[in-house]
Structures are given as C-alpha cells and as structure tokens.
Design a binder for this molecule. Structure first.
Ligand SMILES: *[C@@H]1O[C@H](CO)[C@@H](O)[C@H](O)[C@H]1NC(C)=O
Ligand SMILES: *[C@@H]1O[C@H](CO)[C@@H](O)[C@H](O)[C@H]1NC(C)=O
Ligand SMILES: *[C@@H]1O[C@H](CO)[C@@H](O)[C@H](O)[C@H]1NC(C)=O
Ligand SMILES: *[C@@H]1O[C@H](CO)[C@@H](O)[C@H](O)[C@H]1NC(C)=O
Ligand SMILES: *[C@@H]1O[C@H](CO)[C@@H](O)[C@H](O)[C@H]1NC(C)=O
Ligand SMILES: *[C@@H]1O[C@H](CO)[C@@H](O)[C@H](O)[C@H]1NC(C)=O
Ligand SMILES: *[C@@H]1O[C@H](CO)[C@@H](O)[C@H](O)[C@H]1NC(C)=O
Ligand SMILES: [Cu+2]
Length: 682
C-alpha cells in the first residue's frame, strides 16, 4: 500500500507573548522591471527539469522554487543516494538536488512569520518499490530514515548554499500522538507518522494537524492521529473530536485561518470552526454535494480579501468526489468527479451557498490566485481520486483516470452563472494528477509540476512602480506609489482602476496551496491629466494579523488587470510572536486633477469619489514616498501569462495503462480541442 500524509498548518494564535513587535524598518525595493521571459499568453511552455517529482512545491525567493518528492529511486543523486528534494531556478531554468534527509512522503509545509519554511512529517523508511523496511534509520539503498516525525526547516537562499535542516523531531513522548489517544507508547516509536500542515497563524507560528502512523489510501482507527499541535511547540498535542469523528476522511483537513482568529476546518462531510486558544470546536453546516478533502481532493481557496468586502474571508470549494465508499473493492478510478462548487463565509454565516459548477468534474485540482483577483484552476482528473495501489481496476497504480488537460478561470467578480471560463486557455499535453502541484510566480506565470501516482520510479531515467516597501505592518501610515504615463497606458483615468495586492503563493501539495492568500490593500489616487501620471496612496495591512499572517509574500500593483512583476515583501515584524498593530493611517480622497487646473487647483471627481483638494494628497508629511524607476509597461502584450511546466513523471507503465483504457490521449480525453490564448491582460 501506499501512504499519504496530510495535514494542515494553521497559524497559532494561542501565544500570549507579552511583547509584540512592529515591522522592521522598510527599505526601498529595487524596481521589479519587466518580465524576463515573454512566454505565450495562455499557452503551456515546457521550461525545464525539476530533477525530482514535485509532489510538494513553493516559491522561496523571487527566483527559487523549492521542490520535495518522496524517497524514491530518482536518478539524480545527493550524498550517495537518490535525491528527493531540489531547487529550481526560474531565471536559468536549471535545478540542483537538495538533501531532505528523511522520507518526505506526503509531508506538508508552510512559511513561518520569520521567513523560515518548514516541512513536517513524512513516511517510514522504504526500499525499492516504495516498500517499507524494518530499519527506521534507513540505510541502503535509499538512505531515507523514517520521516514521520520530522521537522525540516529551510531558509531560502539565492546563492545555492541553503539546504534542508532536520531540527528536533517530534519524538518526545509528549508529542507522540498515541500517548494522547491513550494507547501506551512503547519505547518503539511509531513507524511512520504522516502529518498535515496547513496554515501560519497570526503570531507567525504554524499548526500541524492530523495524520496517521502507517499511511494508506484513507485513514483508519488503528493508526489515526486525531490531534493538532503547534510549531514552535507549545506543548503536547491536543486531541480533536472533529478529526476522530471524521474517519476515514480526516487526512489533510482543509484548514484556513479566518480574520476572527478561528480556523475553518473541513473533512469528510463535516465542517467546524476551531478556536485554537480554547480548543473549542463549533459545528457548522455539513458540506453539500461532495467530499472535498483528500483523497477526493477538491480545489479549495480563500477568495480575495478586499476593502470592498471589508477583508472578510469566503472559502471556495470546487470538485472532489460524491463518494462514501472508501473500500478499495470497486472501480474507484472510473467514478466521476464532482462538478459542484460551494462557498462559505464562516465569520458571517455558517451555511454553504452553491456557486457556479465547474465546466467539468475535477478532483486533485489546484486553485491558484492571480494578481487580478481571478483564480486559475489547473491539474486534476475527471474520474477517480487521489491515491494509488495495485488494484485490478487501477490505471497502472493510479486511482484516477481521464486527466483534465485544459485549465479554467474562475472570476469571483462576475455575476453568478458566468464565473467560469476557459476562453484563451490552451490545453496542456501532460496529465497532472496525484502528487502534482501549481504555484503563482512573480512574473504572473504559474509553475505547474509533478504528477506521480506510483510507488517508485521503476523505468529508468525518464525525467524528463515605484514606491513599494520591503516590509508592511499591521496598520500605520499610508505610503505613496508613483505611476507614470506608461504605467497608466497614457491615460490618467486608469488610476481609478489601479490596485495594490499582496499574494502569499503558499505551499502546494495534494490539490491545495497551504496558506495561500490574496489581500488587496486599501488605496486611493491623485491623478494628473496634464502629464497622465498618478500617485497611489496605499494603506498598510489592516491591523489584524489573522487577516494575513506574518511572513514573506509577493506584492503586485495592478492597473486595469495588468499586474507589475511581483516584489517580495515582509508582512509584520519578521519574527515569530505577537504582532504589533496600530490604527490604519487615513487616506486622502481620490481626486483627478484636470489639465486646466493649476497646481492644487480644481479637482474633478472621478470614479464616483468625491472631489478632494489635491493638496491633501501631495507632500503629505506623515507619508513616506519611495521611488523606483520603472514598474511595468502598459502594453497588452507586456505581461504574459505563462503556464510553465517542469519535468513530470506520470505513470510508470504509461503504455500499458493507455492500452487498457485508451483515455490518456489528450484528443480523446477532453472535449476542447481548440486551444486559444489565455489573456490575463486586457
Ligand atoms: C494554442 O494551441 C494552438 C493550436 O494547437 C496553437 O496554434 C497555439 O500556438 C497555442 N497557443 C499557445 C499560446 O500556446
Ligand atoms: C524562525 O523561527 C524558527 C522557529 O523558532 C527557527 O527554527 C528559525 O531558525 C527561525 N529563523 C530565522 C531566520 O531566525
Ligand atoms: C505494485 O506492484 C509493484 C510491482 O510488484 C511493486 O513494486 C509496488 O510496490 C506495488 N505498489 C503498491 C502501492 O503496492
Ligand atoms: C469591518 O470589519 C471590522 C472588523 O471585523 C469591523 O470592526 C467593522 O465594523 C467592519 N466595517 C464594516 C463597514 O462593516
Ligand atoms: C446564510 O446563508 C444561507 C445560504 O446561502 C442563506 O440561506 C441564509 O439566509 C444566510 N443567513 C444569513 C443570516 O445571512
Ligand atoms: C505631473 O503633474 C503634476 C501636477 O502638475 C505634478 O505635480 C507632477 O510632478 C507631474 N509629474 C511628473 C512625473 O512630471
Ligand atoms: C478595470 O480593470 C478590469 C480588469 O481587471 C476591467 O475588466 C475593467 O473594465 C476596468 N474598468 C475600467 C473602468 O476601466
Ligand atoms: Cu500523497
């Protein structure tokens, strides 16, 4: 059998540190310039080889993506054994192997408030074929000690020097989950403990949720770990009735930190809010239409938090499987995935609302926030679920079939009934099913990689603007961003359609991007008709770290839907602990200074805002202005939306699978042979 690890990381808010710290003194960021790669809008482009299969993937610096596989017989070596971790350089499209030390199979991850990434959990030591070995210390042939309790940390670097560090593992009796559930813990440690990580909490710590001791398609009571704990540790694990009650579908519970400080958690058909301070669980409505958590693996995402919705969180779930029979004695691979989408706004209303269904059923899909507020839906399959094994009905070892090759776009701003579209999106030629991943990149492209529903590699080498701050606080004075005539497309009126957004791209694995967030900062503008320039007056992050947990994130300026290249900013203090908050600085009203007015004269109302004296907007003494020389050029082809594909590994016995089922050829598995350009630009 195979194993899965799932978990969610939520941020820990329970800390009661007396000290709280504000943001580090921001520096002026270098201008991001133009995208270095042109790509083709809406098209897929195979860019390089990820060396190991990207079961888990995240953007660590503006140029480096970090990738984790499971311990398996990859051809690239490190330290005398096959590698199962790598770093991918976006600028050079090259990769280097990294040493993750223990077996990372189905681990989870997130970024802490101080910018360090963690990767937690894994599986037992294995040998060829993914088969478990009795010796937990690993040794040959893979030299992959049991990773069940591993805590790996990485401080991302750009000079190729960084690597994963195994820190104090979760091995003390207080953190052995079995000790909590009352099962005596012998000296012998659990062979394997798979963990699911999800969110970073508002003090920059992480919550680690659930898992199991031996893996498998779904969980069972004999190996369940129905607990959560925090990293850095605040003590032993806490038992969650919600997790116990939702066997066997309680791995990788879909977890989101809400602005209220509670966590939304969804597993099997149940939904709760968890108060991580009191450990109380509040029952919400059951999930309609489908099972969403692994192995049904629906797409899931927190929709943009914006001034217009008062930074209120709405969570979207799309697809999954309307199945309740998790035995493996029937043909799971041919069972249609769900088309259903639902949303919930848990801090306001504890019921689900039906949303527009997807254009086709999909499981194992990734929903990726784009800078213009839309959501890209990629990867996945039309039938079956996550997981793999040698069943009479499995496709090779895959429990899914009929890959969906064409992405789709969901636009939350569109009226109900018209939110899904695939206009302009070309089909991929590469199925991306179980253990695939997808993340947004600074230039607006989306990197897609992975897919490996197999127990091992067994067929040889096949691998194939100016004015942005480096740090933002929770509240405090506004800052100004200067937009020149190029930025505004030669028309100052476009300032009315400019936004400044922060995106945390998250840790992508198992059809979820853990910790992914989209937050639009409040802003107003002063636009000058005479020279078609404008100043954007931009607020800092709302003074509530539960809206956007501390830690690094990307910042984009978007004009009429065209994003700048993202820059990396630190949200909060850059340290773990209680974050300082202060009142949000006042923004001047938006104003449009017509060409006929003389400096500080008449202001014309624009975009429904009340006219205001431009003098209020210029030279505001409490505001700091940073400048850089260039943001982006306003041309419809300046910003290319690119879907980049790194190396992938599909079925180890692809040709056999194809002969048996005949469903993998793109031309027969999708109904959309006509590929169009994807235009994120307008
Ligand atoms: C999309 O597919 C069509 C038809 O195969 C092809 O002509 C076009 O170049 C593709 N466009 C992109 C952006 O890849
Ligand atoms: C961030 O905090 C973690 C947990 O305390 C620690 O292991 C790590 O070294 C810290 N990173 C930095 C860059 O200080
Ligand atoms: C499937 O069978 C192959 C060949 O016997 C074996 O190597 C592999 O471990 C099996 N996979 C699973 C998930 O049991
Ligand atoms: C926005 O949310 C905050 C915090 O929940 C609340 O205090 C405020 O009243 C809300 N504002 C509006 C306009 O609803
Ligand atoms: C909560 O949402 C449900 C489902 O959309 C709706 O029927 C109900 O009226 C809402 N309740 C409130 C108080 O808004
Ligand atoms: C554009 O015009 C305004 C108003 O006259 C002036 O304050 C600003 O400095 C000018 N900007 C540039 C880049 O010339
Ligand atoms: C604002 O930009 C969006 C694209 O994000 C575009 O659809 C819309 O038409 C623009 N609105 C105006 C008033 O230009
Ligand atoms: Cu897995």
């Amino acid at each position: 059998m195979f194993f899965l690890v799932l978990v969610s990381l939520a941020s820990v808010l329970a800390q009661s540190a007396a000290q709280s710290s504000g943001p580090p003194t921001p520096t002026i960021l270098s201008p991001p310039g133009q995208p270095s790669s042109t790509g083709t809008i809406g098209g897929f482009e195979i860019v390089g080889n990820s060396l190991v299969s990207a079961q888990q993937m995240f953007l660590g610096t503006l140029d480096k993506v970090f990738i984790l596989d499971k311990a398996e017989n990859n051809v690239p070596q490190i330290d005398g054994h096959p590698a199962w971790a790598s770093e991918y350089a976006l600028s050079a499209n090259t990769a280097r192997t990294m040493n993750a030390i223990t077996n990372t199979f189905c681990a989870g991850g997130t970024v802490l408030g101080n910018g360090t990434w963690i990767n937690i959990g894994g599986n037992s030591a294995v040998t060829f074929g993914g088969n478990k070995v009795d010796d937990d210390s690993g040794n040959g042939p893979y030299d992959d000690p049991d990773g069940g309790k591993s805590i790996r940390t990485l401080v991302p670097c750009d000079d190729g020097s960084c690597d994963w560090v195994d820190v104090q593992p979760m091995t003390s009796p207080t953190v052995v989950p079995n000790s909590v559930s009352g099962v005596p813990v012998p000296d012998l440690l659990p062979l394997s403990l798979t963990i699911i990580i999800r969110e970073t909490l508002q003090d920059g710590t992480a919550i680690i949720i659930g898992g199991c001791n031996n893996g498998g398609y779904v969980n069972d009571i004999g190996q369940d770990n129905p607990t959560y704990e925090f990293y850095p540790s605040t003590g032993g694990p806490i038992t969650s009735p919600f997790l116990s009650d939702n066997l066997p579908i309680n791995l990788y519970p879909l977890t989101f930190l809400l602005p209220s400080g509670r966590l939304l958690m969804q597993a099997n058909r149940a939904t709760i809010m968890l108060d991580p301070k009191t450990h109380k669980e509040y029952q919400l409505d059951d999930m309609p239409d489908a099972v969403r958590a692994y192995p049904a693996s629906a797409g899931n995402l927190m929709l943009p938090l914006t001034p217009a919705n008062n930074w209120t969180a709405t969570i979207l779930f799309c697809g999954g499987s309307d199945n309740d029979d998790w035995s493996q004695d029937w043909d799971i691979a041919s069972f249609p995935a769900s088309t259903s989408c639902v949303r919930i706004t848990p801090d306001k209303n504890q019921s689900y609302t039906k949303d527009d269904p997807m254009l086709e059923g999909r499981g194992m899909t990734n929903l990726v926030s784009l800078p213009d507020g839309r959501v890209l839906c990629v990867n996945g399959a039309k039938t079956g679920t996550a997981g793999y094994g040698n069943m009479s009905w499995s496709i090779g070892e895959s429990y899914a079939d009929n890959p969906v090759l064409t992405p789709a776009i969901y636009d939350p701003a569109k009226p109900a009934g018209s939110r899904w579209s695939r206009d302009g999106l070309n089909a991929s030629t590469i199925p991306r099913m179980y253990h695939s991943s997808a993340i947004l990149l600074p230039d607006g492209a989306v990197l897609i990689a992975g897919s490996n529903p197999n127990s091992d590699v067994n067929v040889g080498p096949k691998i194939n603007q100016r004015g942005l701050l480096s740090a933002l606080g929770y509240g405090g004075p506004a800052f100004d961003v200067q937009l020149d005539a190029d930025d505004l497309g030669g028309d100052a009126h476009n300032a009315a359609n400019a936004t400044v957004v922060i995106i945390r791209t998250g840790f992508s694995t198992h059809g979820m991007n853990m910790g992914q967030r989209f937050l639009q900062l409040d802003s107003t503008y002063t636009a000058y008709e005479a020279n078609n320039t404008a100043t954007l007056h931009v607020s800092q992050v709302p003074p509530n770290p539960a809206i956007l947990a501390p830690g690094p994130a990307l910042l984009f300026v978007v004009v009429n839907g065209v994003p700048s290249v993202g820059v990396q900013v630190m949200i909060g203090s850059g340290t773990i602990g209680k974050q300082a908050t202060s009142a949000i600085g006042e923004l001047p009203a938006s104003s449009f200074v017509s060409a006929t007015s003389t400096g500080g004269g008449e202001a014309q109302d624009q975009g429904g805002n009340n006219g205001a004296s431009p003098r209020m907007a210029i030279g505001h003494t409490t505001r700091t202005t940073w400048t850089w020389t260039r943001t982006y050029t306003w041309r419809t082809d300046a910003f290319r939306f690119r879907i980049i594909i790194t190396s992938h590994r599909l079925f180890s016995d692809f040709s056999t699978a194809r002969t048996f089922h005949g469903t993998y050829a793109p031309s027969t598995s999708i109904n959309h042979p006509h590929a169009l350009l994807l235009r994120i630009v307008t």
